[in-house]
Structures are given as structure tokens and as C-alpha cells.
Design a protein around this ligand. Structure first.
Ligand SMILES: Cc1cc2nc3c(=O)[nH]c(=O)nc-3n(C[C@H](O)[C@H](O)[C@H](O)COP(=O)(O)OP(=O)(O)OC[C@H]3O[C@@H](n4cnc5c(N)ncnc54)[C@H](O)[C@@H]3O)c2cc1C
Length: 235
């Protein structure tokens, strides 16, 4: 998708019909919406979601579309803590038949079919990788292209774990679960020493974590042009 097409798609708005929501873990919820036939996106992209069923301040937030375009439904997964924002309260109040408005999907956080890729997720930053890996699984293996997911969560609360383990079983993709920065750095070092700047590096999660890992990669001589970042502010 060109930058021009990407910019244009932000002006495309449509209403999505809410189907259901459920808890993934202590403070993580998934929301499912109907996917109309002509709605598509690149696995890893995000949309701007607008609350329309009630009036709130700041009714718009960006969220990754955590489902693959080949799946039925538009899936959002978000962290909702003890003291939710008005936006998240409104999400929890959604009932079947209500709608939220989406602009997009947009963004350049998706895999291009080239070279080995290291995907690094911090906590809720797993959402774009669920979409990306589901899409690869649906399309069949990417041949001998190496894809390795490092999923770091200090509380070991790995959402989508069963699905990710299933994908690792059905494809050549490998998934490693980590709960410490040291462990994460060791796995990154292993990949960078093998593939250096022939590899592509994708990082998603809270902004501070994404910035730290990006700096770590660059200190290990990985060029900025080989690093893609999806930085979630607000955490
Ligand atoms: C591309 C992208 C994809 C995302 N995907 C997901 C996802 O899949 N799941 C998920 O849970 N979250 C995702 N997020 C984060 C999400 O958009 C919200 O920011 C987050 O959920 C916090 O929202 P809130 O309503 O809880 O808090 P907010 O009410 O938004 O506030 C939380 C904190 O963030 C600060 N803040 C708010 N807006 C900004 C801003 N524009 N710049 C800097 N600081 C700001 C506030 O001052 C406050 O301290 C994504 C963000 C981006 C940019």
C-alpha cells in the first residue's frame, strides 16, 4: 500500500456492528465486530475507532485490528484497568446491535515478503502479531523464510497463547515466551548475530518499551531502516 493510498484510507469511515466481547485475562478484553465483505486491511494495520452510542470527551482511539483479513470479524483486544477512561467504559457498555465507527484501517506496520523477521511484542503489543501470524497461517508457509516471535510479558499473562502455540505447530514460525528484559535481550542477540541487517525487526507495545528495544537494536548495529515500530501510547 502506498503512502498516498494509506493517507486516503483514513478518510474511509464505516460503522461496525458489535457482536460480542469477552475477557482474555485479568485486565484484557476482546471485542468482536461484524466484518462486511468489502472491508479489508493488511495484517498488522490499525484503525481509528470512534464511540458513537453516547457522547464522551475524546471519543476516538487508535487500535490494532487483531484479526487477520482472512478471518470472520473485526477483533479489537485492549487493556482495561481498574479505572478505565470514558472511551473504555463506553466499550464495556456495548450491547449486541450497537455500532462503533472505524476510519481506515491504516499504517505501515505489516510484513513485506522479504527476509527473516524478528517480531517483538511487549504485553498488549501482541495484537498486530496475532493478525500477522494468523494471516501467514491462512496463506500457507512462507517457505524457508525465518519468522520468530518473541513475546515478552513480565506478568507472564500471555494472551492468545493457545492460538499462537497452534500457529507454531502448523507453520515454521517459532514463538518464544519471555518474562524478563535479560531473557529478551539474549534472544534478540541470537537473531541479530545470525541475520544482522538481512533481518527485519518489528516491535510493538507500550511506547517506552518500543523505544528501548529499538535503541538496543541500533546499539547492536541494526540499521533504523530495518526496524519497524508500533508504539502504543497511554500505557
Ligand atoms: C497504532 C496504535 C495501535 C494501538 N493498538 C492498541 C491495541 O491493540 N490494544 C490496546 O490496548 N491499545 C492499543 N493502542 C493504544 C490505545 O490507542 C490507547 O492509547 C490506550 O489503550 C490507552 O487508552 P485509554 O483510553 O486507556 O487512556 P487515555 O485516556 O487515552 O490516556 C492514557 C494516557 O495516555 C496519554 N495520552 C493520551 N493521548 C495521547 C497522545 N496522543 N499522545 C501521547 N499521550 C497520550 C494520556 O495523557 C494518559 O496519560 C494503540 C495505539 C496506537 C498508536
Amino acid at each position: 500500500m502506498s503512502f498516498f493510498q494509506d493517507t486516503l484510507s483514513i478518510f474511509k469511515k464505516r460503522d461496525l456492528l458489535f457482536l460480542e466481547s469477552y475477557k482474555e485475562s485479568e485486565d484484557v478484553y476482546t471485542f468482536l465486530f461484524e466484518k462486511e465483505k468489502d472491508l479489508t486491511w493488511k495484517a498488522g494495520q490499525h484503525g481509528l475507532f470512534n464511540i458513537t452510542h453516547k457522547k464522551i470527551k475524546k471519543p476516538i482511539r487508535p487500535f490494532t485490528v487483531a484479526s487477520a483479513p482472512t478471518e470472520n470479524g473485526v477483533r479489537l483486544t485492549m487493556r482495561i484497568g481498574d479505572n478505565p477512561s470514558d472511551f473504555k467504559k463506553a466499550m464495556l457498555e456495548l450491547k449486541q446491535g450497537m455500532k462503533v465507527r472505524i476510519s481506515g484501517p491504516v499504517g505501515s506496520f505489516y510484513l513485506k515478503d522479504s527476509g527473516p523477521s524478528l517480531l517483538i511484542a511487549g504485553g498488549i503489543g501482541i495484537t498486530p502479531f496475532r493478525s500477522i501470524l494468523k494471516q501467514i497461517e491462512a496463506e500457507g508457509n512462507r517457505g524457508d523464510k525465518k519468522i520468530h516471535l518473541l513475546y515478552m510479558d513480565s506478568k507472564k499473562s500471555y494472551i492468545y497463547k493457545d492460538e499462537l502455540d497452534g500457529i507454531a505447530n502448523n507453520t515454521s514460525i517459532s514463538v518464544t515466551y519471555l518474562d524478563s528484559r535479560n531473557g529478551l535481550h539474549q534472544k534478540i542477540d541470537k537473531f541479530t548475530s545470525l541475520y544482522k541487517n538481512d533481518g527485519k525487526y518489528f516491535i510493538a507495545g507500550p511506547k517506552s518499551m518500543v523505544d528501548d528495544i529499538s535503541a538496543y537494536l541500533q546499539n547492536n548495529n541494526i540499521s533504523k531502516r530495518n526496524i519497524k515500530k508500533d508504539a502504543f501510547f497511554g500505557y
